[in-house]
Design a protein around this ligand. Structure first.
Ligand code: DGL
Length: 275
């Protein structure tokens, strides 16, 4: 008997995961994807561990109800605070055939490709920074790399509110870049460890010295998913491949549609859901 097939699920607290989805669609154009932004409860960055875990688990369970065999947490904060518990504690009880993957491990695995000095700066939400997830993951793969973190608490809100071109955004970007480079002047690679931040990349590039790489995660996560599906054919064969993309939000649909196209680069028509 043929197993039923379903889209790959992509989750973020809001719009940021769309920067990852865009690259997933470009690397795996034939696959179907279903995106959920928990916009009504974003930002996750300032929330405590348990709240982020509970919100993320709500989303994962919703995706499983839709039948999705594989969920990508395209959110660093959710990956930092919820992924491990969901993989180890919840999945065995819910359905051990389903998979949930995050963005921190695939990014840490390849970070060495972007630094010559072995000094890496991480810009992320307060939640991701406090979790120390990047310090721990990068240390596992590359103990020689020195990681310096900078929490940028205002950035998600600026991007969610469409203020990434504002003077306020300029000031905030300059302040945090200066602080990061003051803490370690040998940094030659700045990782945007929040999926919202690629919308600020032009501003960030204005304030960094020549020779410093600014790294977004979309392409890295996409390359990692391609490899994962090649290796895990048992999951790959459960994925539908009709090039369909469906969007859902817990927030206001009109707001989502107008903002999402900026992140995704195409018109989007979302449906509302409650978690
Ligand atoms: N895109 C999320 C991340 O990558 C933003 C988190 C938030 O909602 O604060 O961390």
């Amino acid at each position: 008997m043929n197993a039923e097939k379903f889209p790959i699920a992509v989750f973020d607290s809001g719009y940021g995961g769309l920067t990852v989805l865009k690259e997933l669609c470009s690397s795996l154009p034939q696959y179907d994807f279903i995106y959920l932004g928990d916009n009504a409860r974003a930002p996750y960055g300032p929330l405590d561990f348990n709240t982020v875990y509970n919100y993320t688990l709500d989303a994962v369970k919703w995706f499983f109800k839709q039948g999705c065999p594989l969920v990508i947490l395209a959110c660093n904060t959710a990956s930092a605070k919820a992924l491990r518990s969901i993989q180890q504690k919840d999945l065995p009880n819910i359905d051990s055939n389903k998979r949930v993957l995050g963005v921190i491990r695939p990014t840490s695995e390849v970070i060495k490709n972007y630094t010559l000095t072995n000094h890496v700066g991480i810009m992320a939400t307060a939640g991701t920074v406090l979790s120390q997830s990047y310090l721990l993951e990068i240390e596992k793969f590359y103990p020689q790399i020195k990681v310096t973190q900078e929490a940028c608490p205002a950035w998600v809100q600026l991007v969610e509110e469409g203020k990434h071109y504002s003077i306020e955004a300029n000031e905030s970007v300059q302040k945090h870049i200066n602080q990061l480079l003051l803490n370690d002047e040998d940094i030659d690679c700045i990782l945007l460890a929040c999926t919202h931040y690629p919308l600020l990349i032009d501003k960030i590039k204005q304030f960094i010295p020549a020779g410093v790489n600014v790294v977004s995660q979309g392409k890295i996560v996409a390359a990692s998913l391609v490899k994962y599906l090649q290796k895990h054919t048992e999951i790959d064969k459960l994925c539908t491949k009709n090039a369909k993309r469906n969007f859902y939000t817990t927030g206001n649909v009109e707001d989502f549609n107008s903002h999402a196209s900026i992140f995704f680069g195409e018109e989007v028509s979302a449906l509302p859901i409650k978690l």
